[in-house]
Design a protein around this ligand. Structure first.
Ligand SMILES: [Zn+2]
Length: 344
């Protein structure tokens, strides 16, 4: 296709956005040249990815450790019932969904849990990082990486009817650790107890995606310099100034304890009655393992996951050896199940 033809097609697809003067043709070209990482592709990540992909951000790296389940479909807008039936990894399902509405952009799906050991390889080369995670541990890791490497990132979270977001421009604004030196976990509800409204998710994703567009087209001065919270049910809104780094902030002073951490050998997953077993790379041959597991329970696999049911547990295994074990929050139980059926 000639250069002209491509320009013409871009003009068609993005015509309504090109008419928005703050973006225009020059902004659209900047979006097409950008690469954005989205860490976590659940509810918020789905909405962020959808908005940015439709806006024409040229490359999206979607990082997610999980697979699609029926309970996700209430709010995780990139997925459908087929994805849930095949337990498709969310990163893969997201890439497939995006290809159906914008095949012109490149999606780089990464089925992985972001941990200190892989942060460099998963996040390098991105102009901006967006938060679609559901936990502060990962957010502190992203914050460390972003501050250390001077990469902008946008914190975004939603729980119940409450949405909260902040832009972090390292060296310029406050970082996440400036505002929350310690995880607010314990003082705020988690998805386990509070449930979540899909509208709170879409609100926070809309705000964060707009801030992302500003950043990518070079309209930094238009970006919000506050921690913004918004309860869509009570209509309470608050903004906390985040203009400058906080004096004494560990991350801003160059002490990256989360990036230096050992990672998480196995963890309990939010609201899921599940434990993740985080192996070092242990490539698994699904066909061979299926045969081995057959006498011990029900087993099924496709190219992305192997599922093994043994009452009262359900194990989902990824090709790199990582597993999510459902039916327990006891890491010792999950660990021994894994050791017995996959390997120790
Ligand atoms: Zn800081």
């Amino acid at each position: 296709m000639s250069e002209e033809k491509i320009e013409e097609k871009i003009g068609d697809r993005y015509s309504r956005q090109l008419l928005f003067a703050e973006i225009g043709a020059e902004g659209q070209r900047k979006l097409a040249a950008a690469r954005v990482a989205i860490v976590g592709c659940g509810a918020t990540g789905s909405a962020l990815a959808s908005l940015l992909a439709r806006s024409g951000v040229g490359r999206l790296r979607i990082i997610d450790r999980d697979y699609v389940e029926l309970t996700n479909l209430q709010r995780q807008s990139l997925f459908d019932e087929d994805d849930a039936r095949e337990s498709a990894p969310k990163a893969i399902a997201a890439a497939r969904a995006i290809a159906r509405f914008n095949s012109a952009i490149a999606v780089e799906p990464q089925v992985a849990d972001l941990i200190p050991a892989n942060a460099d390889s998963l996040l390098s080369g991105c102009d901006l990082i967006l938060d679609g995670t559901d936990n502060f541990e990962t957010r502190y890791l992203v914050n460390d990486y972003a501050v250390k490497n001077s990469v902008a990132w946008i914190y975004a979270a939603a729980v119940a009817s409450y949405a909260v977001t902040m832009n972090i421009l390292p060296g310029e604004t406050a970082c996440l650790a400036c505002i929350f030196p310690q995880s607010p976990r314990g003082t705020v509800q988690t998805c386990e107890t509070a449930g979540i409204l899909n509208s709170a998710v879409n609100l926070v994703a809309s705000i964060a995606a707009t801030e992302a567009l500003k950043f990518l087209v070079g309209a930094r001065a238009k970006m919000r310099r506050t921690l913004l919270s918004w309860d869509v049910w009570s209509n309470e809104r608050a903004e906390l100034a985040a203009i400058h780094p906080r004096e004494g902030c560990r991350a801003c002073a160059g002490d990256f304890i989360h990036l230096a951490g050992e990672g998480r050998p196995h963890i309990t997953l939010c609201g899921r009655n599940s434990v993740q077993i985080h192996e070092r790379e242990r490539p698994v041959d699904f066909a061979e393992l299926s045969v081995r597991l057959q006498p011990h329970g029900n087993v099924r696999h496709n190219q992305f996951v192997l599922k093994f049911w043994r009452e009262p547990y359900e194990m989902t295994l990824f090709p790199d050896g990582r597993a999510i074990i459902k039916g327990t929050t006891d890491t010792a139980v999950a660990r021994s199940l894994y050791a017995r059926f996959v390997g120790s």
